[in-house]
Every structure is written in C-alpha cells, then in structure tokens.
Design a protein around this ligand. Sequence first.
Ligand code: FMN
Length: 441
Amino acid sequence: MSTQPHKIILGAFVPGVLTGSAWRLPEAPKDSFRDFDHYRYIAEKLEAGRFHSLFFNDSVQFDLDPGLEKGPNSVRWDPLILAPALALVTRHIGLITTGSTTYNEPYNLARKYASLDHLSNGRAGWNLVTSLGGGENFNRAAHTQHGDRHERAEEFFDVISGLWDSWGEDAFPQDKDSGTWLDLDKLHVLDHQGKHFQVKGPLNVARPIQGYPVIAQAGSSEAGIRLGARVGELIFTAQQTIAEGRDFYENIKAQALTFGRPRDHLKVLPGVSPIVGKTQAEAEAKYERLQELLDPQSFLSRISRFASLDYDLAELPFDEVVPLPPEHFSTDSHPSRQKLVYDLIRRERPTVRQLFNKLTAGGHRVLIGTPESIADDFQQWTEAGAADGFNIMFSGLHSQIDDFVDGVVPELQRRGVFQREYAGGTLRENLGLPYRQNRNS
Ligand SMILES: Cc1cc2nc3c(=O)[nH]c(=O)nc-3n(C[C@H](O)[C@H](O)[C@H](O)COP(=O)(O)O)c2cc1C
C-alpha cells in the first residue's frame, strides 16, 4: 500500500531591507525598501510559485548596534500599511504581518487585522510577537521584561480574540423592509476586566472572514512555546538539526493537546535560507560571492551582542576555535535564540570563520544546493516529523526568489509534495486550518 507523500507548506519571509550583503550585489537595486514595486514583484512571483503565504517581520525600534553603518538594519515600512496594498495586487497568497502585543493596544490591532482580512478576502495572518526591544520609544525607560511581556501577550490574545467575536454570523441583516439594520441578539459586548487590559468592546469592524486571522508565532523559550501551543497556528522556528527539530515539533504539539487543540491545528515551519544553483558548484559560488561582501568585523560584533556572548567574536583570530560560552547566561530579549547559538558552539566547536558562515542567516539553516538536494532536505525533515513545511528566509533579492520559485518549486511539485494550485479561497483553507468559531455562538 502506498502512503501519501507529506505535503509541504511554504511560507516566505520577506525582509524590510535586503539582508546580509545582498544589497551590495551589482544587480540589487538601490532603495528597494521604499519602492512598492519591489514588494509587488515579490508577492506576484511567490503567488505564481503557489507559496501559501508571505510574511513581514517587524520591530518598533532602530537597533543602534555596533557597525550599523556597514549593513542594513531595521529600516522598513510598517507592514500593516504594506500588506493592504499587496492585497489589491494578489488573489491567493496569505499576507502575514507582525504586530507587537507589548507596544500596541488590543483594540487597535483587532481593528487593523479584521480590516485586512476583509480587504484581502480572508488572507490575513498575524505574527504575534512580544518584541525584542523598543520600550524607549513608548514612554518607558527600557524594554518590558520577558515574563511580563508574555503575561501581557496571553491576556492580549484573550482580548483581541474576544473583540473579533463581537459579532455573530449575519449580525447585520440590513433588512430594508422592516428597517432592521442590526440583529441585537448577535451583538456581544466583551466587557473584559483583567490585569493588563480593561476593554469594553464591541469591535467597530465586522467579524473577520476567517473568524480570526491565522495566528503565527515564533516563541521558543518556555513561555514562548506555551503561548504558541495555546494560540499559535503557524509556528516559525529555527532548529539546526532534524533531531532538535523533532524535539521542538513534538514538544509544542504535545503542549497544544493539553490546551485541547489537535496536533494538526499547528503547522511548524522551521526557517531555511536557500542558495539555489543549477549545480552544487554554482550554488556555492553564489554563496561565496555573498560572504565576500559581508563585513566580518561588524557582523561578528553584532552576533556577539545578539547572542549575549561575554566576548566579542570580532576580536578573535578568524581561524581560532570559538571559546565555550558561559554555562549560565541572563538575557531578557530572546533567550531561546541565544541558547541556539550557544548549543551550536558547544556541539560543533567551530572556528570563528565557521561560526560566521553558519550564522549569516541569523541562526536559520543555510541550504546551499540544487533544486534536487534542497527538495531532498525538505522531504527528510517533513518525513522525520520535524516540520510541516518551511519558512523560506529570503534576503529580498529578486534573483534569489526567482531561483527558488523557478527551480525548487517545480521539483517539489514533480515529487507530489507541493501544491500545484491553491486549495481554497482563504489562508486558513489553504493551510488546512479550521475556521475559528465564535465563542458566543
Ligand atoms: C522566523 C522568525 C521571525 C520572527 N519575527 C519577529 C518579528 O518580526 N518581530 C519580533 O519582535 N520578533 C520576531 N521573532 C522573534 C520571536 O518572536 C521570539 O522572540 C524568538 O523566536 C525567541 O523566542 P523567545 O522570546 O520565546 O525566546 C521572530 C522569530 C523567528 C524564528
């Protein structure tokens, strides 16, 4: 008896600015980050490639990192302004934007995501983050602590989803004969009184087409995984090996069950950064070209800060083995991602050069290969139960997206593991996620 091949979900990470050294390539246009046509090209290309969704990360600060004059940083458009514009030039692809629970009020975000879901005919997704920083821009002395951010995020979700449930099905009969515009029995006033929020409601936007937009989430700490297990539907993550990927996958799906959620209501997408060539040698040459254009000193200083190492990698000789990081570390920004770097250093004992090469995609796996070898890798991960699909971490360079869509996508389709057509109309339908029922019905 033949078993069905694992169908792979493909999401695209589209950065605000070209990442790494891609901006220095001769073919990279200047100023793409403030040119709508740049994003339009990407969205249309990914849709032609039948990607399930595209996703914009976001922050509410500009990182004043060392060496920031050397490489692109967090300059970007507000994705909740960009996504509606893209909704008008696409028809199928999901549009996932990041919204911070630390630096927004639930009522504001509830309106925006509900509006985007209507405008896009049910293609909106919300990447729920607690943010890596930014308190100084919001009347605070510093960023809110990790524990407090997550406590607020949990309550934030209860409020925002409660607001989306403000209206029952057919709440607006608009019956011209009787003069009844609204069915009062289908109006639900939230009246939330909690530790972080007092919100009366109802929302002044109709219920989203999908019930709720698709909830994406990327926490990997204990609190982050708990939140993902409770509310996340697309889970972005960054494991390096199949064994680690499987542990994470099993852990979060098992925790979801304890919240009464079936395993397949969460789709786990590890990030990979692909460099595709017609031959392995061509792919490696493309990679080398990018690496040569990176400024190692500023990159290494940034990584040292990102991972809270107690030394600056930029000050070590390039071919020296990286010293072991401290056993215990205290950081409040993104502890699980820092642990990932520590684990990598412990497991592989790399030289500074090797670590530099490994981490150029921000801790995600860099896959350098042909369409066939990349498809093999994807199948190994999904068949091993380490992934439901992949978040493809594009640099934003059009040629990299073209290489993937014109090379890897047809290979996956040929193997019967990737869709040739969109399955439904909404992002939920395309991802195989259920419509979110109203808690009041
Ligand atoms: C693919 C991916 C995208 C992410 N995008 C954002 C983002 O746009 N904004 C943000 O503040 N954090 C983002 N994060 C960070 C996560 O929200 C989270 O803080 C991080 O994965 C560490 O998890 P932890 O806080 O539970 O340790 C992203 C993480 C991943 C893996």
